[in-house]
Design a protein around this ligand. Structure first.
Ligand SMILES: C[S@@+](CC[C@H](N)C(=O)[O-])C[C@H]1O[C@@H](n2cnc3c(N)ncnc32)[C@H](O)[C@@H]1O
Length: 302
C-alpha cells in the first residue's frame, strides 16, 4: 500500500527559505536581477515578504512563521514563478554599491559591475581628489549617479536619461538619498541636451544588447524596458555615439568608463584603433572599458 506523506508546513523563517529555494530551483527560473541563485533569491523573497531586518539575519532565521506569513510568501513566490517577474519589481527594492534603491518596471534592475569600481573610486585610473564634475549617461534608476555622489562627496553628478519615466524613478531615489543638491537629472538623448560642461569623469552604462541576444532573452528580462537593453543589430548604436561625443565633454585628463557587456568583441572589432583598457572585477562582471580623453576620437592628431 502506498505510504501517505504529510508535508509539514515550514515552522520558522529558515525552513520557509529552504522550502522557497526548492520551489524556485524546480521552476527553472533565470536569476541575475539582484541574486544569482535560488537560495539567495528565496532569502530575499522571505525577508521582503515578512519585512525582516537584513541587519539581524541570525535572529530573523529563528523567527517562527504563522499561517498568514506563509500565505504572504506563497503569493509572492507564485508571482515570481508564474509571471517570471524579477523579485526586485515585486518588492520594489534593489541594492547597488551597498545602497538600497526603489525600482519598478520603468527602469532596469541595477546590476552593473561598475559598482565595484565606484567602491574603489576607479583607482588607480582616476585621481579622486581632482573629480568635481561627473556625468552618468543612461542613469535609469539613478543607481550609478547616486553611488558616485556618495563615493565622491566633493563632486556634482549629472544623471542623464532619454526616458522621462526612468527619470521619475531616479528622482525618487535621489530624494531618498537626500542628494538633490548634488545629483542633477537631465532628460536627454545621450549628450544632445546636456548643458555644456567639461567632466573629469563620464560613466556610461547604456543599452548594449545586440539583436541576436535580444531575441533569446529569458522571460525575466522581458519585464525590463527594452529601451534599457536593445541597441541595434550589433548592440553598439548607443556606445558609438558616446565614443563620438565624449572627447568634447571631458576635461583635460578626464576619463570615460563604459559598459558594453557581451558586446565587447563587437566593439573591439568596430574600433580596432582605440586603445581600450578592459577593467577586471573581483566579484564578477566583464565588458567594461576605460578610455582617457586623449585616446578618444576627436583628440588632436586623429
Ligand atoms: C543599461 S540601462 C542602465 C541603467 C542604470 N544606469 C543601471 O546601471 O542600472 C540603460 C539606460 O539608458 C537609457 N537610454 C537608452 N537610450 C538612451 C539615449 N539615447 N540617451 C540617454 N539614455 C538612454 C535607458 O532608458 C536606460 O535607463
Amino acid at each position: 500500500m502506498p505510504q501517505r506523506t504529510h508535508l509539514r508546513a515550514p515552522a520558522d523563517v529558515e525552513a520557509l527559505i529552504r522550502h522557497c529555494a526548492a520551489r524556485l530551483d524546480d521552476a527553472g527560473l533565470a536569476f541575475g536581477h539582484g541574486t544569482d541563485n535560488a537560495v539567495d533569491e528565496a532569502a530575499w523573497l522571505v525577508f521582503g515578504a515578512l519585512g525582516l531586518d537584513h541587519a539581524d539575519a541570525e535572529g530573523a532565521y529563528r523567527r517562527p512563521v504563522s499561517a498568514a506569513d506563509r500565505q504572504g510568501v506563497e503569493a509572492l513566490l507564485s508571482r515570481r514563478i508564474d509571471e517570471r517577474t524579477p523579485l526586485a519589481y515585486l518588492l520594489r527594492q534593489a541594492w547597488f554599491a551597498g545602497l538600497e534603491f526603489y525600482v519598478d518596471e520603468r527602469v532596469l534592475v541595477p546590476r552593473s559591475p561598475i559598482a565595484e569600481l565606484i567602491a574603489e573610486r576607479f583607482e588607480p585610473w582616476v585621481d579622486a581628489g581632482t573629480v568635481r564634475r561627473i556625468a552618468d549617461i543612461g542613469t535609469g534608476s539613478g543607481c550609478i549617479a547616486i553611488a558616485l555622489a556618495h563615493a565622491f562627496p566633493e563632486a556634482v553628478v549629472d544623471a542623464v536619461d532619454i526616458s522621462a519615466d526612468a527619470l521619475d524613478v531616479a528622482a525618487i531615489n535621489v530624494a531618498r538619498h537626500g542628494l538633490e543638491a548634488r545629483v542633477r537629472l537631465i532628460e536627454s538623448d545621450l549628450f544632445d541636451a546636456v548643458p555644456a560642461t567639461r567632466y573629469e569623469l563620464i560613466v556610461a552604462n547604456p543599452p548594449y544588447v545586440d539583436a541576436a541576444d535580444m531575441a533569446s532573452l529569458p522571460a525575466e528580462f522581458r519585464h525590463e524596458p527594452e529601451l534599457g537593453l536593445a541597441s541595434g543589430a550589433d548592440g553598439l548604436d548607443a556606445v558609438r555615439r558616446i565614443l563620438a561625443g565624449a572627447h568634447e565633454r571631458l576635461a583635460d585628463g578626464g576619463v570615460l568608463i563604459g559598459e558594453v557587456g557581451n558586446s565587447q568583441p563587437a566593439l573591439e572589432a568596430a574600433f580596432p584603433g582605440l586603445a581600450f583598457t578592459w577593467l577586471e572585477f573581483e566579484h564578477g562582471g566583464h565588458g567594461v572599458f576605460l578610455l582617457g580623453k586623449d585616446d578618444l576620437p576627436g583628440a588632436t592628431g586623429d
